[in-house]
Write a protein that binds this ligand. Structure first.
Ligand SMILES: *Cc1c(COP(=O)(O)O)cnc(C)c1O
Length: 395
């Protein structure tokens, strides 16, 4: 028995994508920069993949740059906008407190280089308020970067409204859409997005590959010096098989998006309803404006880590937040950003479903989370203090 419910951390690769990659490795092994036919064949599949990916987000193929994943795309987008701003004497950046570390740590680095960063508050519902963004804009703002959907609590931000505000003020808008691409409909033109990051392994593609969309006319800075690949913006021989696998996975999942969303929403809402029966627990983030597969709870009086280990014993793969912070004892910056206090944030559980999960999986998860939470509370000193009234319940 193994139930995989950690699709926000990574996904199982699609068999069609594996097949496309294998065929590519066997047949199109030439270097896309070589002039003979074998190389040009590789160039052709690479450009076909670029066109397939561009179509999914309504971009032009020339606006798609392949990267090693979401983190690299975030770094390149933010550093490029910062460099462009600096050239014009603009060094203020607006973001949010609950971004992925690929964004937050890049902003930290820029602060050391003299940039000023305003992090917008995320409200208890896990959403930023466009009017607060409007108020934070300054004469010297050179970038707004707000994630499309949060990787821990799944809340979906008002991207089109943010895009409209940025467009009106002439400020580049970047969105980390790693959790959204393949799962939510995206139209970079309609939503007025200038820069967008994506990663293949979050939509059943291979790890170590992703892309950055940069609107035509936006000046990108290259992070990696070398050859002229990716129009001079990302040196290094292209990872053709990975790109082909990414495009195959994205075409496949995009074709099933409305079916997946309908099915997943039912599973998600059943899971939320089941876990709500656990006393002194609470859902994190808005119940509806969230990714169709995302469920994130806090339970008072338990440690998230212990919960995960015991769920693993019962065959359930889950997470307490972001894979990137597991192993550290700090509570999730996302849960703190939405106002959860340390004690409560420590008892968090993220279950992220994919279209491969079944209603039976969901019932099994509900039953086992209930049992394990009750078991952990039975010998938790914190729980004893809460029950005796020595400490008061928050949830
Ligand atoms: C996974 C993730 C990333 C990092 O992507 P990698 O391809 O693993 O580098 C960035 N942002 C978000 C929101 C993510 O979920």
């Amino acid at each position: 028995m193994m139930i995989y419910a950690d699709n926000a951390a990574t996904t199982r690769m699609s068999p069609a994508a594996i097949k496309a990659m294998t065929a590519c490795m066997e047949e199109q092994y030439g270097n896309p920069s070589s002039l003979y036919t074998l190389g040009q064949n590789a160039r052709e599949v690479l450009e076909q993949a670029r066109a397939d990916i561009a179509r999914v987000i309504n971009a032009d193929p020339k606006e798609i740059y392949f990267t090693s994943g979401g983190s690299e795309a975030d770094n390149q987008a933010i550093c490029s906008a910062a460099a462009n701003g600096k050239r014009n004497g603009k060094t203020h950046i607006i973001s949010t407190a609950f971004e992925h570390h690929a964004v937050l740590h890049t902003l930290k680095k820029l602060e050391k280089e003299g940039f000023t960063v305003t992090l917008l508050d995320v409200h208890e519902d896990g959403l930023v308020r466009p009017e607060e963004l409007k108020a934070a804009i300054r004469e010297d703002t050179c970038l707004v970067t707000v994630m499309y959907a949060n990787n821990e609590i799944g809340t979906i931000q008002p991207v089109a409204e943010i895009g409209a505000i940025c467009k009106e003020r002439g400020i580049p808008f970047h969105t980390d859409a790693v959790q959204a691409v393949g799962h939510l409909p995206i139209d970079v033109k309609a939503q007025q997005i200038d820069l967008l990051s994506a990663s293949a392994h979050k939509f059943h593609g291979p790890k170590g590959i992703g892309f950055l969309y940069a609107r035509k006319g936006f000046r990108l800075t290259n992070l990696i010096e070398g050859g002229a690949q990716e129009r001079g913006k990302r040196a290094g021989t292209e990872n053709v098989p990975a790109v082909v696998g990414m495009a195959e996975a994205l075409k496949e999942i995009s074709g099933k998006m409305s079916d997946n969303t309908a099915r997943l929403t039912v599973l998600r809402d059943r899971l939320i309803a089941g876990l709500k029966e656990i006393p002194h627990g609470a859902l994190n983030g808005d119940a509806h404006r969230r990714l169709p597969g995302n469920v994130n709870f806090c339970f008072e009086g338990i440690e998230g880590e212990s919960l995960l280990l015991l769920l693993d014993d019962r065959g359930i793969c889950a997470s307490s937040g972001s894979a990137c912070t597991s192993g550290s004892l700090d509570p999730s910056h996302v849960l703190l950003a939405i106002g959860r206090v340390h004690d409560v944030a420590h008892g968090s559980l993220r279950l992220s479903l994919s279209e491969e999960n079944t209603p039976e999986d969901v019932e099994y998860i509900i039953r086992n989370v209930k049992e394990v939470v009750a078991y952990l509370r039975s010998f938790s000193p914190v729980w004893r203090d809460l029950m005796s009234g020595k400490k008061s319940f928050i949830l």
